[in-house]
Design a protein around this ligand. Structure first.
Ligand code: C2E
Ligand code: MG
Ligand code: MG
Length: 293
């Protein structure tokens, strides 16, 4: 009897397609099953590796200065997480932050980063501290209490703290997120929207969330010699200023980019032109050089 695909259930149709592409199950398609199992085992390993990294202090922070637009004064530092992996060596955030979220460990990472950053930044009371938080963290009702509890326990001045919302996942519940932000702001903590212009819905966020600052993504800064990017930067600065927001441009590498962003009206600049992410000793040295320590 011929096979009638319309009479088959979903998995059976899938089986048929697999057979068509790879041949019947005696062929290599069968051998992908153990592969999948091994991948799953590796994923679980990864999760426990990461939790071990937190427990055994394999994570550490670098701090990148945020400067006034003339580059003369440091106003704050952004904490950027790194992982000193026992076998893979030092890993940048790009190599693991997304994975952390895929495994649902963003609260664990977030709590570690906030605590470590506030502790270390107690040594630099003259400047602010920016900490990245993923949009996902706002979904947990314990998040705000955790942040407020940490700053209080450490005696960290909340008005020095700024949380940069990284839009790794779409914010779907604006009421919950806005209410959380309101509580943080009531305690004096400021909220910045990171990587502005690259997310799915930057303008919606601007309209629906009570923010203090936007950070213009480095992709626009890199392309200011192109008319489109330059026009977008001018429009974004005008929009942010009209809404009473502060503006930081990130990824500023050259003198020309600094001049452009300053003239466009950005309040603060961050990028390799001023400093790469620094370890605490190098940061203290830079503050001394600037006459701020
Ligand atoms: P971000 O928050 O936008 O951080 C800026 C990134 O740009 C950093 O990369 C920084 O090292 C890099 N950068 C700074 N200045 C320049 C420059 O002039 N030129 C170029 N080409 N790059 C520059 P990093 O440290 O690899 O961080 C990547 C992203 O990982 C961050 O982007 C942030 O989204 C995420 N991330 C970092 N730390 C954390 C964290 O503690 N928690 C969470 N949730 N995400 C984090
Ligand atoms: Mg950031
Ligand atoms: Mg950014």
């Amino acid at each position: 009897m011929p096979i009638r695909p319309w009479l088959l259930s979903g998995p059976a149709i899938g089986y048929l397609r697999v057979c068509r592409w790879f041949g019947p199950p005696s062929s290599p398609v069968v051998s992908t099953v153990p592969d999948r199992r091994a991948r799953k085992a590796r994923m679980t390993d990864w999760k426990s590796d990461f939790l071990t990294a937190i427990d055994e202090d394999q994570l550490y922070l670098l701090y990148q200065p945020q400067m006034t637009a003339d580059g003369a004064r440091m106003v704050a530092v952004e904490a950027l997480v790194r992982w000193h992996h026992p076998t893979d060596g030092p890993l940048g955030s790009g190599a693991f932050v997304d994975k952390v979220e895929q495994h649902g460990l963003e609260q664990e990472l977030g709590a570690w980063v906030l605590e470590a950053a506030c502790r270390e930044a107690l040594a630099w009371p003259q400047i602010g501290l920016a900490v990245n938080v993923s949009a996902q963290q706002f979904r947990d009702e314990r998040f705000v209490g955790g942040v407020l509890g940490t700053v209080e326990r450490l005696g960290f001045d909340p008005t020095r703290l700024e949380l940069e919302i990284v839009e790794s996942t779409f914010i779907d519940d604006f009421e919950v997120t806005s209410a959380a932000i309101d509580r943080l702001r009531a305690a004096g903590i400021r909220i910045a929207l990171d990587d502005f212009g690259t997310g799915y819905s930057s303008l919606t966020y601007l309209r629906r969330l009570p923010l203090d600052k936007i950070k213009i993504d480095q992709s626009f800064v890199r392309e200011i010699d192109q008319m489109q990017s330059a026009a977008i930067v001018h429009a974004v600065v005008a929009l942010a200023r009209a809404l009473g927001l502060k503006i930081t441009a990130e990824g500023v590498e050259t003198e020309e980019q600094q001049r452009f962003m300053k003239a466009a009206g950005c309040h603060y600049l961050q990028g390799y032109r001023f400093a790469r992410p620094l370890d605490p000793q190098a940061l203290t040295a830079m503050l001394k050089d600037l006459g701020q320590a």
